[in-house]
Structure formats: structure tokens, C-alpha cells
Design a protein around this ligand. Structure first.
Ligand SMILES: [Zn+2]
Length: 250
């Protein structure tokens, strides 16, 4: 069910073992051919698909479209919560639901830049509430919950940016918002000092803004990705629903 549809007494009456899903995405540049709201639109579609499957068992918070996108700020249209503001925003959101009695909180992520502050947020939340043994904090990025799509004709083996995967899903979801992707030149992922992690901003990797191979996108690939990712998220949520409320394993 959607939090936004409920009056407060209805929220008060919910089981506090009901998982709360907080979708978090972004509003940031997605190259020449995709709109800045791409991450939020795609995550919204994932949520719509899984809500139809688990509607009575999960409470969905409204999607938080403001993400941590500072690395894209050289591109107009990007709006971003600075990393520490974003970290505190996620912690504050979680604290609100804890105050209302909920115990199983899942940040469902649709933007790579949210990953580091999101993991830090759940780490800090667990330390803050270390006297509690009944809390579950998860941060889950929808394209990282299963094996990489190997089947079919996918060229990419990982998520890029405004890439084969995202452009395909946008072609499936909102083709009227997709620009000239057929002539977008491939942008390599590169190997920046791996396996070390390098701090980066987007324009040093791509002057256009995309990373990957958007010219290979099709709506059929988009449907395959949506189906796969929605199934991965649903099975993760089923594990959260089935959790016994105290075990380490889940
Ligand atoms: Zn994106």
C-alpha cells in the first residue's frame, strides 16, 4: 500500500512488522538523449510492478527524487543534495519510521550515486540503535539484486549511465521522452586504477554525459530488464516479509 493514500490512524493501525520501502532515485543529466528524471521514472516503474504483487504486505513511502548527484553538477538540469545532506536526509527519514514503530526499513535505490551515502546511512542507523535487536535496515539497488542479464543480446554486463540498459527501459516506458540514441557514440567504462576506487566526476569520463552503449537499446530489451529487476526486488522483499524479526540470516 502507498503511504501517500493513508490517513494517520490507518498508518497507526498497520502491523509494525510490515516492511517499509523508501524508494530513492535522482534528478540528473542523462546524456543528450534521455530526460533528467530518468532514474526516478525507472524506479517508479519498478515500484509500480512490485506493488501489484506485494500490495497488502508492504508500505511504500513516496519516491524521493532528490538524490546525491554532485558528480553530475557540471551538466545543466542536475539537482543534488550534497552528500552529507543526503546522508542525514536518509537517516532522518528512517528515524521517522522508527519513531512510528516500524522495524523493517528498506531503501530501494535507483541511482548509483546514492549507494555510498545509503550504505553509510544504514551503518550509522544500526550503531545508533544498538540496544535494539528487532531492527532491520537494508539498502538495495534494483539492478544489483540478481545476476547480470546474460541472456539475449545485451552488450553491457553492468549498469552504465543513460546506457544500453537505461535507454532500453526508457524506450519501453516512455519512448516519447527518448531522443536520438541511435547515433550516440559508445563511451567505455574504462579501468581507472581498479581494483582501487577512484574519486570521480562525470565529465572526466564522458563529455556527452552517457557511459555505455545507448545505441544498442531496444524496447524489447527494456521489457526484459524491467521483468528481471522487478522479480529480483520482489524476491528480496519476500525475504524481508518472511524474516523472523531477530535472526542474522534472512
Ligand atoms: Zn540513471
Amino acid at each position: 500500500m502507498n503511504l501517500s493514500d493513508l490517513a494517520w490512524p490507518a498508518v497507526a493501525g498497520l502491523s509494525k512488522d510490515m516492511p517499509v520501502v523508501i524508494p530513492v532515485a535522482a534528478c540528473e543529466q542523462h546524456g543528450y538523449h534521455l530526460p533528467v528524471f530518468t532514474d526516478s521514472l525507472l524506479l517508479g516503474e519498478i515500484v509500480r510492478r512490485i506493488a501489484a504483487k506485494v500490495d497488502s504486505q508492504v508500505l511504500f513511502a513516496p519516491l524521493l527524487w532528490l538524490g546525491n548527484s554532485d558528480h553530475h553538477l557540471d551538466f545543466p538540469g542536475t539537482v543534488s543534495a550534497p552528500p552529507r545532506v543526503y546522508l542525514d536526509t536518509l537517516i532522518g527519514l528512517a528515524e521517522n519510521f522508527i519513531q512510528h514503530g516500524f522495524r523493517r526499513l528498506v531503501f530501494l535505490n535507483g541511482h548509483g550515486g546514492n549507494d555510498t551515502p545509503g550504505r553509510q546511512a544504514i551503518f550509522e542507523l544500526r550503531q545508533r540503535h544498538r540496544e535494539r535487536d528487532d531492527l532491520l535496515f537494508l539498502f538495495a539497488t534494483y539492478w544489483s539484486l540478481g545476476a547480470s542479464p546474460q541472456e539475449g543480446a545485451f552488450a553491457q554486463r553492468e549498469m552504465g549511465h543513460a546506457c544500453e540498459w537505461e535507454t532500453s527501459m526508457m524506450l519501453r516506458l516512455a519512448p516519447h521522452l527518448v531522443g536520438d540514441f541511435q547515433h550516440a557514440a559508445p563511451v567505455e567504462f574504462g579501468t581507472p586504477f581498479t581494483p582501487a576506487a577512484r574519486g570521480w566526476i562525470t565529465r572526466e569520463r564522458s563529455v556527452i554525459g552517457h557511459i555505455g552503449e545507448p545505441h544498442l537499446a531496444t524496447a524489447e530489451k527494456g521489457e526484459a530488464l524491467f521483468s528481471r529487476f522487478a522479480a529480483d526486488v520482489e524476491s528480496m522483499l519476500q525475504r524481508v516479509i518472511a524474516w523472523d524479526g531477530k535472526s542474522w540470516n534472512g
